[in-house]
Design a protein around this ligand. Structure first.
Ligand code: PMP
Ligand code: GLN
Length: 395
């Protein structure tokens, strides 16, 4: 039999799927894949169910229901002061994942270069490569995830088609500052590139951190694509409703991709998400509060187990340094597998977010969980650490 596509065949099953399967197999507490325990607001779930029962079940318009496109435009004005034409500048997609694929398909030519900041969400690089484009990775420097400005500047070339920015950033929990964004914007403008901004965690920021869309910076409105997702904002990751805001000329080729990829997204879910985006400011501003509490609960428990945590100002995730409990011959993947089997807790090895030569001592933990789930994971880790200490197997 002939082989499938060589580029994609070279990748394994995504780390999130693999680790969630392992969690089920070992009845482990799953702090791996990023999905909340919170089932989402009842009013939105009921609205979606009602729309299904009431008969909103045929193909909606290809660009998305007007109600949702209008809600996205209004949301962007309300939170970021962006003036968006809902008819030509908003596209509804089946999750941010489809939005990402549509943007890559619609904007890239073989040989184009894409500047990617690592650690990078796992969808980006395989798809860029599959299209014959070339990722140019620039690594943020832990523990503070500092932006190496000289390296970033050097990663741009006349072949750079776009820069990909994920802020707030999965898995690093970093929220880029206005100063960093200004520097990034200056490079994008200087090289006449596009910016593709994955902002699915836009409302999940903590403390004094503020999410600033790159699109709002001077010179960026006409060259930036902004991607959002209802999954994260409304705790409904399984719905897969995403949205793109982009200038009309840039959205046009992206829409051409969308029409051949999914064409459309379930109308019942679109209606319900439109209601969600219309909720009052208090709802959006309150989203970070329980998440920050979950983060603090997890971080305190991990610190007591000699598992220090890197700074985190947003998203669902913290990154921890596992060196203390790793065996000398072990990498992060082997460590995470051992943790599932021996401790009954699932974490995600950070090497999944790097293309080559990843750090091998970092792992990601998800805190968008009930206290009981976090406590159960910590109790299991505590018992496991106690066993490590008594075995003398730790370093
Ligand atoms: N981008 C990032 C950074 C993510 O963490 C995720 C996962 N939720 C996605 C995109 C995909 O979002 P969706 O589930 O809406 O496809
Ligand atoms: N975004 C989720 C995470 O980072 C996973 C989504 C997926 O499983 N593809 O955990």
């Amino acid at each position: 039999m002939k082989a499938g596509n060589a580029t994609l065949s070279g990748y394994g099953t995504t780390i999130f799927e693999a680790m969630s399967a392992l969690a089920r197999e070992h009845s482990a507490v799953n702090l791996g894949q990023g999905f909340p325990d919170d089932p989402g607001r009842l009013d939105l779930r009921r609205a979606a169910a009602d729309y299904v029962v009431d008969g909103f079940n045929q193909y909606p318009p290809m660009m998305g229901l007007p109600a949702l496109r209008q809600a996205v435009a209004t949301h962007d004005r309300r939170f970021y002061g962006l003036e968006v034409d809902w008819q030509t500048e908003v596209l509804v997609t089946s999750g941010a994942t489809e939005a990402l694929i549509d943007c890559f398909l619609g904007l890239l030519e073989p040989g184009d270069e894409v500047v990617v900041l690592e650690p990078a969400y796992d969808t980006y690089v395989p798809v860029i490569r599959r299209l014959g484009a070339v990722p140019r990775a620039v690594r943020l420097v832990p523990p503070d995830w500092t932006l190496p400005r000289d390296e970033l500047a050097a990663a741009f070339s006349p072949r750079t088609k776009l820069l990909l920015l994920n802020s707030p950033m999965n898995p690093a929990g970093k929220v880029f500052s206005r100063d960093e964004l200004g520097f990034i914007a200056s490079l994008v403008v200087r090289h006449d590139a596009f910016a593709m901004c994955d902002e699915v965690y836009e409302h999940l920021v903590f403390g004094d951190a503020r999410h600033i869309p790159l699109m709002t910076l001077p010179g960026m409105r006409d060259r930036t694509v902004r991607i959002g997702s209802a999954g994260k904002t409304f705790s409904i990751t399984g719905w897969k409703v995403g949205y793109i805001t982009a200038p009309a000329a840039v959205l046009r080729p992206i829409t051409k991709a969308h029409q051949f990829v999914t064409f459309t997204t379930p109308p019942s879910l679109q209606h319900a998400v439109a209601l969600g985006l219309g909720l009052d400011d208090g709802f959006f501003h309150g989203l970070g509060v329980p998440l920050a509490r979950g983060r603090d609960r997890l971080v305190a428990g991990l610190a007591a187990l000699e598992l220090p945590v890197l700074p985190c100002d947003g998203t669902y995730f913290v990154v921890l340094d596992a060196s203390r409990w790793m065996r000398p011959d072990e990498d992060d993947v082997a460590f995470c597998r051992r943790l599932v089997i021996d401790a009954g807790v699932v974490l995600i090895p950070m090497s999944a977010f790097y293309e080559a030569a990843p750090p091998r001592h970092l792992v990601r933990a998800c805190f968008c969980k009930e206290d009981a789930t976090i406590d159960a994971a910590l109790q299991r880790l505590q018992a496991w650490v106690a066993r490590q200490r008594s075995d003398g197997s730790a370093k």
